[in-house]
Design a protein around this ligand. Structure first.
Ligand SMILES: Nc1ncnc2c1ncn2[C@@H]1O[C@H](COP(=O)(O)OP(=O)(O)O)[C@@H](O)[C@H]1O
Ligand SMILES: [Mg+2]
Length: 225
């Protein structure tokens, strides 16, 4: 049975600079099903990151509707949105965003700590995920002691620790060499399949886009399949 994880209807967003309107999103609509993966491509400045931020409830649209995990995020307050993000979603960014003072294992456990859910059992799950991404032997390393590809693999393990329904990835392999990027991408889709996590990936990389179920192209604030 189809289960819609994210539904976006007629989303509009403008920024105003010196009273000049910059229309970034012009009636964008799409939906994402459980376990489905979507790539979003388009030139720099076409509104991809803005769209991701709105979908995750990090900012408010001017108009339009966003239903994330069956909840209308426009009608929720900041606390409710934060809880929804923490419990149902995850993020991966181009520049990893690991905590420099925490080890690989501790970084993977951050989302658990934030939910007061770090215990012996969840630590085992964190170690399992580190094994899945091939870094069990690096669990005590700090980010500065890891390569870029290894840091992004830690970020991926962290992104899956709370078993999110949806993972937002904004140019997740933009900072990696093509060989490492390809391995990271395969890992992302492997976990997407194993854990039925829906993926929404912003990318400039055609190889990455080709691995997703669908590609949406952003241009001049509008989206097309
Ligand atoms: N907070 C903001 N205030 C004003 N303009 C912004 C803001 N955030 C983004 N923009 C502008 O909106 C456009 C889309 O940005 P963004 O969504 O980051 O594009 P992309 O991720 O596709 O490169 C860009 O032209 C950018 O300069
Ligand atoms: Mg961007």
């Amino acid at each position: 049975m189809k289960q819609t994880i994210l539904k976006v209807n007629n989303l509009c967003k403008s920024y105003f600079m010196n009273k000049t309107e910059l229309k970034v999103l012009d009636s964008v609509s799409f939906s994402l099903e459980k376990a489905e993966s979507i790539a979003i491509t388009g030139p720099s400045g076409s509104g991809k990151s803005t769209l991701m931020g709105l979908c995750a409830g990090l900012d408010n649209p001017d108009s339009g509707e966003i239903i994330l995990c069956d909840q209308d995020i426009n009608s929720m307050n900041e606390d409710e949105r934060a809880l929804l993000r923490l419990s149902q979603t995850s993020f991966i960014f181009q520049s990893f965003h690991l905590m420099p003072t925490l080890t690989a294992l501790e970084n993977v456990m951050v989302p658990l700590e934030l939910q007061n859910n770090a215990n012996k059992e969840t630590k085992e799950r964190a170690l399992e995920l580190l094994s899945k991404v091939g870094l069990k032997e690096r669990q005590h390393h700090f980010p500065s002691q890891l390569s870029g590809g290894e840091q992004q693999r830690v970020a991926i393990a962290r992104a899956f620790i709370n078993q999110p329904k949806i993972l937002f990835a904004d140019e997740p392999t933009g900072n990696l060499d093509s060989h490492t990027a390809s391995k990271i991408q395969d890992l992302l889709f492997e976990l997407n399949q194993q854990l039925s996590t829906s993926l929404i990936i912003v990318t400039h990389d055609n190889d990455l886009a080709a691995k997703a179920n669908r590609t949406l192209k952003m241009k001049a604030g509008q989206i097309s399949e």
